[in-house]
Ligand binder design. Structure first.
Ligand code: SF4
Length: 499
């Protein structure tokens, strides 16, 4: 059996990092880890190929080679995924669709032959056997969420790692919290399931043996969802990093209660964690309470961020506008918060009511759902009727982006971050980083409209933060991506939803 695994193009958002990747000559931020894991679960006798449409073209001859196409994606990839399904079916190719998108879109909307809802570890054996016998059913759905001890090593032989800026490892799935807008807990559950430390180390070994050095994103829903297991794992990762000259720089996602646990923070520093993404959402306590983000309440959020930064860990922040309790002053308050927080990478989006979430169910009951949305929280499409006037909300959203990603305020945030947060290790030399540095000097320092701010920033970084100069230049390049994306949002030039 010839199986073609296809990952649809990821649309441009802040998360795509598209305009920063071009500095390093990379084509996408991360490989499709879910499909690489599915590939490892498929029968060894099958011939497998993978096309990630963000890094290479999907050609008709690729489709002609295959007996079956396995297509996976998230809600935000809906438009591209469905066009791929249609293309396969037009050529008579059998299609299987899986991944988070199947939990948020109805079976019929996916237009494919077979839908897989749930996690691959429980379902792939049965599906593969049925496909070989020619008896595959339209729907495969697991009743339970599998333990991760059976999760195999992802099949890295299917990708060219150099095309990506970051490699990925998953240590756990699920999160114990219950934020109203969150689809993760609906898909992966509220009881975090974790891999054994030995499994994670085997994945690190595999990356190292394949020649990878540099950033590794631990793509957990919440790395500290089970703190006891996280501590155990961190001890093993620390020892591994020591034995391998701290070759990896880890990035992950966690809840803000990380700030309350100095032991955990120290362990993360020792293991080489350089950045953590926190869902901060809003500085408004009443919105946090209303959206059930209780772990962010009854604390000084700015203090919590600063505590994490003091451990040499950069904080990236997720922020949402459009809560029912948002008032007219929320836009100014959010800008002020972000500037004070020294968070350079602030992912600000409009609230989305994702199908399957508590929020979607509530708004459905209230008769406020407009459509299923497209999962892109930057394209200014609201899939529900907000309490605030919709035009005012979108205008306020755009004003926040334009203010936080203008050159001066952005570089000011990076300078504050560099003063607070001294990175633990110098970046390893790489030709990709050298190329990024030279291109940054040319594109931002010579050709850029904000070159005066740029040179002021470079001079400050070189004189006041020489040990962090590599980090400063990375932030300058990241700033370029956020500035271009912001311009596109302001110009209304992002793809709109839904198809
Ligand atoms: S903390 Fe994050 S992952 Fe956990 S429920 Fe809230 S939004 Fe979802």
């Amino acid at each position: 059996m010839n199986v073609l695994l296809i990952y649809p193009r990821f649309p441009d958002t802040y998360w795509s990092f598209r305009y920063a990747l071009s500095f390093q000559g990379k084509r996408a931020a991360q490989p499709p880890l879910g499909l690489l894991t599915v590939a490892a679960l498929l029968p060894a006798s099958w011939n497998k190929r993978l096309i990630d449409v963000s890094v290479e073209r999907l050609r008709d001859r690729d489709l002609a080679w295959a007996d079956v196409a396995f297509i996976s994606g998230m809600h935000v990839q809906e438009r591209e995924l469905i066009s791929i399904v249609r293309r396969c079916r037009a050529l008579g190719l059998r299609t299987v669709v899986g991944g988070p998108i199947t939990s948020s879109l109805a079976h019929a909307a996916l237009e494919c032959d077979h839908v897989v809802i749930g996690e691959a570890e429980d379902l792939i054996d049965g599906l593969a056997a049925d496909l070989e016998r020619g008896t595959a059913r339209p729907l495969y759905q697991s009743a339970e969420r599998p333990g991760l001890e059976r999760s195999p090593l992802p099949d890295l032989s299917l990708i060219r790692m150099q095309r990506y800026s970051t490699m990925t490892v998953q240590c756990s799935r699920g999160c114990p919290f219950s934020c109203e807008f969150c689809d993760i807990i609906e898909i992966y559950g509220r009881r975090p399931r974790t891999k054994e430390p030995a499994q994670v180390l085997a994945e690190l070994d595999q990356l190292y043996d394949a020649g990878w050095h540099g950033p590794v994103f631990i793509v957990d829903d919440n790395f500290i969802g089970n703190k006891v297991r996280a501590r155990l794992l961190l001890a093993a990762m620390s020892a591994w990093q020591k034995a391998h000259d701290y070759t990896f720089r880890f990035i992950t996602e966690a809840s803000i209660n990380l700030a309350d646990d100095p032991v955990l923070l120290e362990s993360m520093r020792e293991a080489g964690f350089a950045s953590v993404f926190l869902g901060i959402e809003t500085p408004d306590e009443s919105s946090l309470a209303a959206t059930n983000k209780l772990q962010n309440t009854r604390r000084d959020l700015l203090d919590s961020v600063a505590t994490i930064q003091r451990y040499g860990i950069e904080v990236m922040g997720g922020f949402i506008l459009g809560f029912d309790t948002d008032r007219e002053d929320i836009f100014d308050r959010l800008v002020e918060f972000i500037q004070k927080s020294a968070i350079p990478i602030a992912m600000v989006g409009l609230l989305q009511a994702m199908p399957g979430t508590q929020l979607f169910r509530r708004l459905s009951r209230e008769g406020r759902i407009v459509d299923s949305g497209g999962g892109n929280n930057m394209d200014c499409h609201l899939n529900f009727r907000p309490r605030m006037n919709a035009e005012r909300l979108i205008e306020g959203y755009r004003s926040v982006l334009s203010r936080i990603y203008a050159s001066e305020p952005y570089y000011r945030r990076v300078r504050s971050y560099l003063s607070r947060c001294r990175p633990q290790y110098r970046a390893h030399f790489s030709f990709a980083n050298l190329r990024a540095f030279i291109l940054s000097l040319v594109r931002q320092g010579i050709l850029g409209r904000s070159r005066a701010s740029y040179w002021k920033f470079v001079a400050t970084a070189a004189t006041r933060h020489p040990r962090s100069f590599g980090t400063a230049m990375t932030m300058a390049v990241m700033g370029y991506h956020f500035q271009v994306m912001t311009k596109r949002v302001l110009a209304g030039a992002l793809d709109s939803v839904p198809i």
